[in-house]
Design a protein around this ligand. Structure first.
Ligand code: SDX
Length: 440
């Protein structure tokens, strides 16, 4: 079926010939409003007896979506049709949350109501706070976050009926609102400081900074340049189409699991260094490089097929020219460094030099490997004094709205079924069991 014409146009069908039998199969081609057409293979197995094989899903569209569009060749990223650089420049994080969840920009009244709704869901159930004490003090805050977000399902039974749109929206608000509180508490716990309760007079990013860096003994003044930079980073990370963690949330949700459990699954997936964990890995890599003079050795290692080392914060599955988020962050990075008066920070010097060398290197140029969003966010977070172990946690805070928007879209999609891929089996064919006493 062609989405634009609403007709099943045979001229647009994709013909597949099985050279073994000479049979031909006509597969429908579906056009979206933008982006490449897709070949509809839903009936392929029933008609041909074959599956498609696509590990890593490089050529597979897993769902229909109206939320985020990426053109990787041209470096375009749109949330609900709005370019990411425009949103980063002119919008704020709560407005972007509204946009992702509801599909349109809010009126001033809608924005006020939405911000009120988010603000008044930021506190955690007091009993939930005792969960933190069950973790070791040296736990990674992502480990704590995975556990505590999963535990939300044990506390908020009045928002786990996924068939009820009201329950779904309350769960969505709760997740977006409580993630900063959980993130800050996960951090405070590891440094042995008291938890800071959210403050309703502060904006989303200001409150996040306050809960992470404030303490009960003195007044905490939010630096507007830093809260603006954090807000921008949150906007840039809010959604990104069907990436690994979002696909994980959708897959977990496809079985009917509750939203808190699904988001906990997304957090687990995000944690990996090939995905959201890359921002932390960037800083660890810069520390390991240690000196600008060592950069060529690390570049050589990244190019060596027999070495598992990769330049963290470089490369992307979809972006093959540049990551538009990285472009915005590059500018923000300089603003933050200027504001903080940082001129001579060794790790930042290494980062700038590494970027320069890699961008001129034939290997990286020919493979279209550019700095991605995690390269610059790591540097900005470092300059802002945010501990390295919190980098991926902040990514999770930002991405929660994308996860819940995509989860809601999936539940509302009438064609939604449980996700259940098949496989190419390469193991032993059926064989006869030999009792233990007869084996040699
Ligand atoms: C995020 O998808 C999303 O949307 C994710 C994300 C989001 O917003 O949700 O954008 C967030 O996860 C950003 C990516 C963060 N990860 C890193 O920075 C880790 C380092 N980068 C890579 O490991 C890698 O580039 C990936 C994981 C990002 C992409 O992996 P792909 O698409 O599977 O590509 P690949 O690993 O097959 O690489 C293709 C080629 C290979 O060489 P050949 O085998 O073809 O010779 O490029 C090489 C790779 O070896 N390569 C690198 C490299 N990245 C790819 N070589 C050196 N250093 C690198 N960083």
């Amino acid at each position: 079926m062609n989405a634009k014409t609403g007709k099943n146009d045979p001229a647009e069908a994709f013909t597949l010939t099985d050279n073994r039998s000479g049979k031909q199969y006509h597969l429908p081609v579906i056009s979206g409003t933008m982006g490449p057409d897709v070949i509809d293979v839903r009936k392929l197995y029933a008609e041909t007896g074959c599956f498609t094989f696509d590990p890593g899903y490089t050529s597979t569209g897993s769902c229909e979506s109206k939320i985020t569009f990426i053109d990787g060749e041209r470096g375009i990223l749109l949330y609900r049709g709005y370019p990411i650089d425009v949103l980063a420049e002119q919008s704020d994080f709560t407005e972007v949350c509204y946009l992702l969840l509801y599909g349109d920009l809010p009126s001033p009244q809608q924005k006020k109501k939405f911000e009120y709704g988010i603000t008044y869901h930021t506190m955690l159930h007091e009993q939930l706070i005792y969960f933190f004490r069950g973790f070791r003090r040296d736990s990674h805050p992502m480990a704590v976050m995975c556990g505590v977000v999963g535990a939300l399902s044990a506390f908020y039974h009045d928002s786990t009926d996924i068939t009820d749109p009201k329950h779904r929206m309350i769960a969505s608000y709760r997740l977006v609102a409580k993630m900063p509180t959980i993130a800050a508490m996960a951090y405070k716990y590891t440094i042995g400081q008291p938890f800071m309760y959210p403050r309703n007079d502060l904006k989303f990013s200001e409150n996040l900074l306050y809960m992470m860096f404030g303490n009960p003994c003195e007044e905490y003044r939010v630096n507007p340049v830093l809260s603006k930079a954090l807000d921008r980073i949150l906007i840039l990370h809010a959604d990104h189409e069907q990436n690994a963690s979002t696909s994980t949330v959708r897959l977990a949700g496809s079985s009917g699991a509750n939203p808190f459990a699904c988001i906990a699954a997304g957090i687990a997936s995000l944690w990996g260094p090939a995905h959201g964990g890359a921002n932390e890995a960037v800083l660890n890599m810069l520390t390991e490089i240690g000196d600008k003079k060592n950069i060529p050795d690390f570049i050589a290692r990244a190019k060596d097929k027999n070495d598992s080392f990769r330049l963290m914060g470089f490369g992307h599955r979809v972006y093959k020219n540049f990551d538009p988020r990285a472009k915005v962050l590059e500018k923000t990075c300089h603003e933050v460094l200027d504001e903080l008066g940082i001129e001579d920070e060794p790790l930042l010097d290494i980062a700038v030099e590494l970027e320069r060398i890699a961008l001129e290197d034939e290997y990286f140029v020919s493979k279209k490997l550019y700095p991605n969003v995690d390269f610059y966010s790591g540097i900005i977070f470092k300059a802002m004094g945010i501990p390295t172990s919190l980098f991926t946690v902040l990514f999770a805070v930002a991405r929660t709205v994308g996860w819940v928007a995509q989860w809601n879209e999936m539940i509302e999609d009438p064609s939604q079924r449980i996700g259940r891929p098949r496989q190419l089996f390469m193991g032993e064919p059926e064989r006869k069991y030999t009792p233990l006493h007869k084996r040699k």
